[in-house]
Design a binder for this molecule. Structure first.
Ligand code: NAI
Length: 359
């Protein structure tokens, strides 16, 4: 039963949508709308089962509640997944049908890109709904891409984590392992290489590895071997759940700081990192650059304002580190507590809610 699933948590709504004409099947999770309409990207993925898709969308939507709250954005948390299964999958028709389904929610959920969905895809979805952002303006797919903004936040967060852990935020001469060389991982590697970082990289897509190695001088590491590479930082930039208990136990780094959502497979993994003295920079604090950029189509933040807000990520992270240190808890717990406090303060001040909705 869906209500019994651990990750169902305190979700406000989970909507299952299907369109037989196109073969579209999708799940839209709305976790919390205290701070504003639920916002989070749409993921298109080939899930092994419906249960796997449900767990993914639930965990991602809760993460968006926390991410938007800590980032100070006037949005609640939500997420959607389109199931890329089915022999007669017609991408354009599926995306259009999905847009119609989002429109039917009347603005309770606003979508953007996520893994498997490009800015051009968002444009197709947005042909059927006004509740979308990250839409290419004047056909400019590059400007709509949240990846470089997310990467910028990860880069700044990494320096703050290094400063906290070692007393110096200087990246030159450090070794960083980057897993996943896509929209976030590649621009991150470019910034790190420019600062003189020794890069060790991995991706299941050999072409992406080759491109990153050619552009940045990185060394390629095969699959599972990345967890054995001694390094200053491990930057997960592929899919979530990558740091399970086993990885947390054997990883040979001082810091985990990357762009992927839901990096910790379990709360215990965070506890193990904490016990081993490995500093975990909570993903939803670190990777808020992209959402700050894409939602500027709704918030009307200028480019300067977006950059100013991304530049605040290190301060937010330091606050989380301080809270965790004071309570001697894993940083993930401290970050979630911070997010819940922000939401609770907002709930206690209904007049503010009005301001947030109209922002
Ligand atoms: P992407 O799809 O462009 O790149 C992901 C890369 O990871 C691909 O190159 C893929 O081949 C690789 N990959 C998948 N499984 C792997 C594995 N087991 N080992 C090594 N490589 C693997 O996705 P994008 O946009 O770069 O996002 C990466 C992560 O960051 C995702 O978890 C996403 O949810 C998260 N994120 C992305 C944001 C953005 O602005 N694009 C914003 C916030 C979070």
């Amino acid at each position: 039963m869906i209500f019994d699933i651990e990750d169902y948590d305190d979700h406000q709504a989970v909507v299952l949508v299907r369109d037989d004409a196109s073969g579209m099947r999708a799940m839209i999770a709305i976790h919390d709308t205290t701070l504003g309409p639920a916002h989070g990207g749409t993921r298109l993925w080939h899930y092994r089962s419906d249960e796997e898709a449900l767990t993914d969308v639930l965990r991602l939507s809760r993460g968006m509640t926390y991410k938007n709250a800590v980032a100070g954005l006037p949005f609640g948390g939500g997420k959607s997944v389109i199931l890329a299964n089915g022999a007669d999958f017609n991408r354009t028709r599926v995306l259009e049908a999905f847009g119609a389904a989002v429109e039917a929610l009347g603005g309770r959920y606003i979508l953007a890109e996520d893994v498997g969905i490009t800015p051009a895809d968002v444009e197709v979805i947005a042909s059927r709904t006004s509740y979308a952002c990250g839409i290419p303006l004047n056909g400019d797919n590059v400007a709509a891409d949240p990846g470089p903004y997310t990467a910028r936040g990860v880069y700044l967060a990494m320096k703050a984590a290094l400063q906290h852990q070692s007393g110096s935020g200087d990246l030159a001469g450090r070794t960083v392992v980057v897993q996943g060389l896509g929209g976030v991982g590649l621009p991150l590697c470019r910034m790190l290489a420019a600062d003189g970082v020794s890069l060790k990289v991995a991706d299941i897509d050999a072409r992406r590895v080759a491109r990153t190695v050619a552009e940045t001088g990185a060394t390629s590491v095969a699959g599972e071997d990345i967890f054995a590479v001694p390094a200053d930082v491990f930057a997960p930039c592929a899919l979530g759940g990558i740091v399970d208990n086993d990885v947390a136990q054997r990883i040979a780094v001082d810091i985990v700081c990357g762009g992927a959502n839901n990096q910790l497979a379990t709360p215990q993994a965070g506890q193990i990192l904490h016990d081993r003295g490995i500093l975990y920079a909570p993903d939803f604090v670190v990777n808020a650059g992209g959402v700050t950029h894409t939602t500027s189509q709704i918030t009307n933040y200028s480019a300067d304002e977006v950059n100013r807000r991304i530049a605040e990520i290190p301060d937010r992270l330091r606050r989380v580190f301080d809270l965790a240190k004071a309570a001697d808890t894993p940083t993930q717990d401290a970050a979630e507590r911070l997010a819940r406090d922000i939401i609770a303060r907002h709930s206690a001040a209904p007049a503010m809610l009005e301001v947030a909705h109209s922002a």
